[in-house]
Design a protein around this ligand. Sequence first.
Ligand code: FES
Length: 162
Amino acid sequence: MNLKLETLTKIDEVITHYPEKRSATLPLLHLIQEDVGCIREEAIEWIAQKLGLQPINVYEVVTFYPMFRRQPIGRRHIKVCRTLSCALMGGYKTCETFEQEFNTRAGPTEVSPDGEVTVEFVECLASCGTAPVVLIDDELHQKVDCAKAKQLAAQIKAEAKK
Ligand code: FES
């Protein structure tokens, strides 16, 4: 499996935190999903081998937790904060705008029909004073009301056509 060197280093380090190697299953799944975007069969087998488990043991964890994706998400990842300040300032409407713009539903495993975006609700993005806040890939956008959400959606669509 093709993991970044940084991920491999973290994995080896994380395993040392647990007296029983199998307890590192969850953190390893998170690290791999962060690196490659989803958990494929090869990741399950790789983790099982690394931790001395059967693939079924890892598979059970993957299917139990909804945050693990078996398929890649959209090319762009839109995370809309739904915690108190953002919710009060219209975060839900902001999210709805993205859903409508890309004809999709918010959810960690949902992908818009064009494969372009995954829209997801997340908890506080630590910028509560500038609510509602949206993180698109690694870029934070503040005071994203419906009009600004439409602008950002248009920008993503324009970039997709390039
Ligand atoms: S409540 Fe949304 S950033 Fe903190």
